[in-house]
Design a protein around this ligand. Structure first.
Ligand code: G3I
Length: 315
């Protein structure tokens, strides 16, 4: 029994977690991560990003990403692979290279071909393009080397390149603040239509799910949003779920209710294939001064754990 076992019993593919080399080096944390009853899937926190994998042009470093894949395979866990093209964590040789449009397109295609080729057959899904939208749903150009140099056409180009390198992995667009109906969610739906209009494949929408305790809202609102993506013919997943609560004054009961709400929404929509949390212990989280996860800093289960089990239903 566990978080993943209950998700599977509810008809989902997985419940999973983000993991990192630092978590793998923390034995008490890694023991939890290796429990395949709780986690049927991993996402690498930073180890498969552009700056990690191609730190200088044409030089690929797969050692850390491969360690994460090896642990997943040893435990029968699948990988969501993250993330090919993003405005953040771009190495300086790309962002400061002064490349023109044609050269940057070639750099992007070369990176995708190498990375997706290296992990061919090992990734259930790839986050092909990450966070390409502004909050109003328009395409992010300012602050993105890809958007500002190539324009939004880099998006379908990236999907086409990924499909060519591994025809059987699911290709996702992934973003935050698309978790509820609104202008950014509508923008993501338009992005999916745009990729299809260019003739490139897109199979999934990744809803990051970085929430704040007390602001998740109702399951019906989340369901309405999931369904709007499903209606475009793509699958959906919560890809980076965490629910922030201040470490100075945490509200773990409300946090547990909010985790249950997100699980209940995914459970109700058949196109929602699974949920990934952005870590699992409050000892290892990207959010400062917050306790957003399911195990506490001493590796004890918090209220959220049983709330998630109950929201999936019996095994
Ligand atoms: O590796 C360097 C290290 O050499 C250096 O000494 C240290 C000093 O600050 O920085 C290290 O790099 C950090 C890296 O994490 C690895 O630990 C970066 O500064 C830090 O910015 C980076 O943060 C990551 C962040 O993405 C980058 O934007 C977080 O760990 C990671 O959890 C976070 O994950 C993102 C998802 O990929 C996309 N969605 C949002 C999510 C949360 O921000």
């Amino acid at each position: 029994d566990g978080l993943h076992a209950r998700a599977v019993a509810a008809g989902k593919k997985y419940f999973g977690t983000e993991i990192s080399i630092s978590v793998m080096n923390d034995a008490s944390a890694n023991n939890i991560a290796k429990n395949s009853q709780d986690f049927g899937q991993y996402t690498a926190e930073n180890e498969m990003k552009f700056d990690a994998l191609e730190p200088s042009r044409g030089v690929f470093n797969y050692a850390n990403g491969d360690k994460i894949v090896a642990q997943a395979q040893a435990n029968g866990q699948i990988m969501r692979c993250h993330a090919l093209i993003w405005h953040s964590q771009v190495p300086s040789w790309v962002s400061n290279g002064g490349f023109n449009n044609a050269t940057l397109i070639s750099i992007m295609r070369t990176h995708i071909a190498n990375v997706v080729g290296h992990y061919k057959g090992k990734c259930y899904a790839w986050d092909v393009v990450n966070e390409a939208l502004n909050e109003d749903g328009s395409y992010r150009n300012s602050g993105s080397i890809w958007g500002s140099t190539i324009g939004p056409a880099f998006i379908p180009m990236a999907f086409a390149a990924a499909a060519a390198a591994d025809p059987s992995t699911k290709l996702y667009y992934n973003d935050y603040n698309c978790d509820k109906p609104g202008s950014k969610s509508t923008g993501a739906q338009n992005l999916i239509r745009m990729v299809k209009a260019y003739g490139a494949p897109i199979h999934g929408m990744g809803l990051q799910g970085h929430f704040t305790t007390g602001q998740v809202g109702s399951a019906s609102t989340l369901v309405q949003n999931l369904q709007a993506f499903a209606n475009l013919g793509v699958e959906v997943a919560y890809t980076e779920l965490d629910i922030a609560t201040p470490s100075s004054n945490p509200n773990f009961n409300q946090q547990a209710t909010d985790y249950a709400t997100v699980v209940s929404a995914c459970k109700q929509v058949s196109a929602c294939v699974g949920i990934t949390t952005w870590g699992f212990t409050d000892k290892h989280t990207w959010i400062r001064n917050s306790y957003p996860l399911i195990w506490d800093t001493n590796m004890q289960k918090k209220a959220a754990y049983n709330a998630i089990l109950n929201a999936w239903g019996s095994s």
